[in-house]
Design a protein around this ligand. Structure first.
Ligand code: NDP
Ligand code: GDR
Length: 354
């Protein structure tokens, strides 16, 4: 039986990946941070009582900012595969916490690689590094592939750039199976509440149900290549099952503006929204409401821009080229954007209808 260790197991991707690996018969270990309130909601359904013995899902306290616990856990678990998903993953917040972000997202990656090397596990343990389309930053070319130059635009992306290159370096220097998945944005009902898609689906559900008046957003023009997290964790696993360690772009190849995602989310509840005005004065106004269950008056202003959500430097356009993943991994996403919006809206309408 293979053993996997997942950092960031309490996050969106950690939860879906743990589920996937358990379904494949792995023994799954995860690193969770100590917090004053329980933070395991996304993985509670996987919990097994350690007292029963023969458990396949085991959590360890730890933090990517502390190399001693990383070494201890890796020594204890002796994993066949490590998925380094732990990170301060919010781009806007990274401008407020740049040093911590560098510690965790950049040096945290080094701590994992170095622990595997020091413990003499370079031939046994494969390492997946959660790299990101944010590395592309300021547009150099589209669509963005494994060969597109990087130009990071946030402390988060700069930290991840270090994580990317130190992974490549350890692969080349020590002949390790250490690889980057350069994943474009992926979302789901488990997405953190302050990322734009989930912020939108939660707000739209609450506006439809009469629990909230308005949704405030930042840059409505930003374009993202959005996929479903369930499809993307499948790709992570496939990347580690290859004979040779290589880096892969994982994306849908289709880009959509934030404004359009808003429109699609409202359309799910039968509300047609049209946008008027420009820049900070742009507003989303209800044009029609075809669903009698949701009484939102025509002409109501349901979306407005709040410049507080703008970033000091923005990534305006991301479109990934998944050709390599499609041909070498035979990876194909099951969800398109419509199916993703439906899945998220269905979950949030159910959540707020309770
Ligand atoms: P989340 O923000 O949902 O999860 C991040 C995880 O990292 C959480 O489990 C969090 O723990 C943990 N974490 C945060 N800080 C530390 C720390 N100091 N030590 C240990 N663990 C820590 O992110 P996602 O699941 O969306 O993303 C997973 C990874 O993939 C991240 O590295 C992200 O940067 C990267 N990525 C994500 C993409 C996306 O679109 N989702 C695209 C490309 C890359 P806690 O629950 O306690 O906060
Ligand atoms: P991103 O995701 O920065 O791409 O990073 P996010 O959903 O935060 O932003 C996407 C785009 O939407 C614009 N935007 C807003 N964003 C947020 N969060 N809140 C708003 O109110 C808002 N209004 C407009 C943003 O400016 C941006 O252009 C995510 C994270 O998961 C990273 O960890 C990961 O590496 C990348 O995706 C790929």
């Amino acid at each position: 039986m293979k053993k996997a260790l997942i950092t960031g197991i309490t996050g969106q991707d950690g939860a879906y990946l743990a589920e996937l690996l358990l379904s494949k018969g792995y023994e799954v270990h995860g690193i969770k941070r100590r917090s004053s309130l329980i933070n395991t909601q996304r993985i509670d359904h996987l919990y097994e009582d350690l007292h029963k013995g023969d458990v396949k899902f085991i959590l360890h306290y730890g933090d990517l900012s502390d190399s001693t616990n990383i070494i201890r856990i890796i020594q204890e678990v002796q994993p066949d595969e490590i998925y380094n998903l732990g990170a301060m993953s919010h781009v806007k917040v990274s401008f407020d916490e740049p040093e911590y972000t560098a510690q965790v997202d950049g040096i945290g990656t080094l701590r994992i690689l170095e622990a595997v090397r020091l413990l003499g596990l370079t031939k046994k343990t494969k390492i997946y590094q959660a790299s990101t389309s944010e590395l592309y930053g300021l547009v150099q070319e589209v669509p963005q592939s494994e060969n597109t130059p990087f130009y990071p635009r946030s402390p988060y992306a700069v930290a991840k750039l270090y994580g990317y290159w130190i992974t490549v370096n350890y692969r080349e220097a020590y002949d390790m199976f250490a690889v980057n998945g350069i994943l474009f944005n992926h979302e789901s009902p488990l997405r953190g509440e302050t990322f734009v898609t989930r912020k939108i689906t939660r707000a739209v559900a609450q506006i439809a149900l009469g629990q909230q008046d308005k949704l405030y957003l930042g840059n409505l023009d930003a374009q993202r290549d959005w996929g479903h997290a369930k499809d993307y964790v499948e790709a992570m696993w496939l990347i580690l099952q290859q004979d040779t360690p290589e880096d892969y772009v994982i994306a849908t190849g289709i880009t959509t503006r934030v404004r359009e995602f808003v429109r699609m989310a409202f359309a799910y509840v039968g509300i047609e929204v049209e946008f008027t005005g420009e820049g900070v004065d742009e507003k989303g106004i209800v044009k029609s409401c075809s669903n009698p269950a949701y009484q939102v008056a025509i002409g109501t202003e349901v979306v407005a821009v709040d410049p507080r959500y703008f970033r000091p430097t923005e990534v305006e356009l991301l479109i990934g080229d998944p050709t390599k993943a499609q041909t070498k991994l035979n990876w194909k996403p099951k969800f398109d954007l419509n199916a993703l919006v439906d899945d998220m809206m269905q979950a949030d309408v159910a959540l707020f209808s309770k």
